[in-house]
Ligand binder design. Structure first.
Ligand SMILES: Cc1cc2nc3c(=O)[nH]c(=O)nc-3n(C[C@H](O)[C@H](O)[C@H](O)COP(=O)(O)OP(=O)(O)OC[C@H]3O[C@@H](n4cnc5c(N)ncnc54)[C@H](O)[C@@H]3O)c2cc1C
Length: 503
């Protein structure tokens, strides 16, 4: 029996363990053990069910709160786990994004796709941008690409920062007012350093294919509309939404995976301190003194946690892992009495651009975005603080952070200055968001090339080829295919989508 040791119980590590179990169920002589340093499994998927003092409960996601349905991995796994009915789409009727501008909140104009305007009238009438900025954005239609890619070249050969790309295509205001909080915000990244090839290669590809982002997004909208026509929702089928979650929070997914793996195969509350080769096999030492022996190791931790573990395995891999910076952030869920909260709740969230200089990155109105997140008569929201330019704000204690977010909400929404939340908490994600800086994909290629040469060893997780939950699951699954092949087991699955995007 071959034994695979998996380090890290986030969605990537659990995704890997679940695939090993599927290989075993398919008749291969293989098993796994997973080690997670925290008491809770799930990593950045962390849900708490919180009781309201006056009755009822909140479903609070402290980490990830959504997955996109355009990438099929989450829905594929959820269905295998019997969680198909637990996936819920965002409440599209409340889909509105507000952007902070001075003391006001400005609605994201209709027709904006990512940060590119595709409808003339909403762009002309919005107060989000100045008139010169609007003209500058429209120039994108006419500006030629910076370079023409040679045959066979890809975005990776022409990597560029988000700042450089957006400023040259659409101007500084487009970056500052929307691209930075929206596109950079997804990665909690600094646009001055964020690699487009590693995060949104489609922007660079659109420039090549259509000569303009606006034209590219218009073509994409046409394609989406054609898809909707081709695959109209079946009567009674769940509505399709871009953002989706699980009815009892995102941790339902990782809990479901852990149950399917078998809790007896999972060690929690113990950190791996050393990974060593042991003849043809591997030896993994835990901080409680236990030593595990196996035939292969998958390290599915954050990059900074993988670095010391890879050091004994192949120092060159460790050196490269050290070049992946990670930023810290915190989410701050809080609930208000409905009577203390403005009656217009038909919005999903607020984005606060860095140029606004507020100690707040974003707000999600969880009880409007998702069904059944809070009891009757309560509003649940979640503030987001930190990111690469505001790391210092995280030095404050929890009470101070809660007060900072409360004061921002009260100010932005025009609530009574002394409105107090009925509950609030802080989830800190120290080093929680890998930063894909310029040239990231070249470094990941090299990490993978070096790892391929180490039999029975693989890395997985959000630090490499996508931070989104579907990417992390797939990264764990690829690691399993690799190490199983190393130990002489040929096992892979057909993961190509059998149905159009959706739930
Ligand atoms: C605040 C926040 C919000 C996000 N929102 C979304 C979202 O809405 N949608 C989305 O798709 N993505 C979102 N992301 C990104 C996504 O959640 C992560 O990229 C993904 O969950 C990472 O999964 P992972 O398994 O690679 O790593 P992690 O979840 O970081 O798991 C790694 C695990 O390894 C463990 N570990 C570390 N060192 C050791 C050791 N030595 N021994 C044993 N265990 C160890 C850690 O404790 C951790 O549990 C968000 C991220 C953050 C931080």
């Amino acid at each position: 029996m071959k034994k695979i040791i998996i380090i890290g119980g986030g969605v990537a590590g659990l995704g890997a363990a679940y695939k090993v179990r599927r290989a075993a169920e398919a008749g291969h002589d293989v098993d796994c053990v997973l080690v997670e340093k925290d008491a809770r499994l799930g990593g950045k998927l962390a849900t708490d069910i919180v009781a309201d003092p006056e009755g009822g409960e909140y479903v609070v996601d402290g980490g990830s709160d959504a997955f996109v349905s355009t990438k099929p991995a989450v829905a594929r796994i959820a269905r295998m786990l019997g969680l198909g009915d637990s996936m819920v789409p965002a409440r599209e009727e409340n889909k509105k994004t507000l952007i902070v501008k001075g003391k006001r909140l400005v609605e994201l104009p209709d027709g904006i796709m990512m940060f590119a305007p595709t409808k003339l009238v909403p762009l002309a009438t919005t107060s989000l941008y100045s008139w010169p900025a609007k003209f500058r954005m429209a120039l994108d239609w006419f500006l030629p690409p910076k370079v023409r890619w040679a045959e066979g070249e890809t975005a990776q050969d022409h990597d560029e920062t988000l700042e450089s790309f957006v400023v040259r295509r659409m101007g500084r205001e487009s970056l500052d007012r929307l691209a930075e909080p929206l596109v950079g915000g997804v990665h909690a990244s600094d646009p001055r350093e964020m690699s487009l090839a590693a995060t949104f290669p489609n922007f660079l590809e659109m420039e090549q294919e259509f000569g303009s982002l606006i034209r590219g997004f218009l073509a994409e909208r046409k394609k989406r509309e054609a898809m909707r026509k081709k695959y109209p929702p079946k009567p009674g089928a769940k509505p399709w939404a871009f953002f989706n979650t699980f009815y009892r929070g995102m941790q339902q997914l990782t809990d479901g995976m852990a149950d399917a793996v078998g809790r007896e195969r999972i060690i929690t509350g113990a950190a791996v301190t050393v990974v060593d080769r042991d003849g043809a096999g591997w030896r993994v030492t835990l901080d409680d003194g236990r030593v595990l022996e196996g035939d292969a190791v998958i390290v599915a931790t954050e990059a900074w946690a993988a670095e010391p573990l890879a050091r004994h395995v192949e120092p060159a891999i460790a050196d490269l892992l050290a070049t992946i910076p990670c930023s810290s952030s915190a989410t701050v869920p809080m609930a208000f009495r409905s009577e203390d909260f403005p009656s217009d709740r038909q919005w999903f969230g607020i984005l606060s651009p860095i140029v606004e200089n507020r100690p707040l990155l974003a707000v999600t109105l969880s009880s409007s975005k998702w069904p059944d997140r809070s009891p009757e008569g309560r509003v649940l929201l979640r503030g987001f603080i930190g990111g690469p330019r505001n790391q210092h704000l995280l030095e404050a204690d929890d009470a101070e952070i809660i007060e900072t977010i409360r004061a921002q909400i009260v100010d932005l929404l025009g609530m009574k200055a002394d409105a107090q939340p009925v509950f609030a908490s802080v989830y800190r994600w120290n080093g929680g968001m890998p930063q894909y800086t310029l040239g990231h994909l070249d470094r990941v290629d090299e990490i993978e090339r070096l790892s391929a040469e180490v039999s029975g060893f693989a890395l997985a997780g959000g630090a490499y080829r996508g931070v989104g939950i579907p990417n992390c699951i797939e990264s764990g699954e690829r690691a399993v295919t690799k190490v199983l092949a190393d130990v002489g087991i040929g096992y892979d699955e057909d993961t190509s989508p059998k149905r159009p995007p959706g739930l």
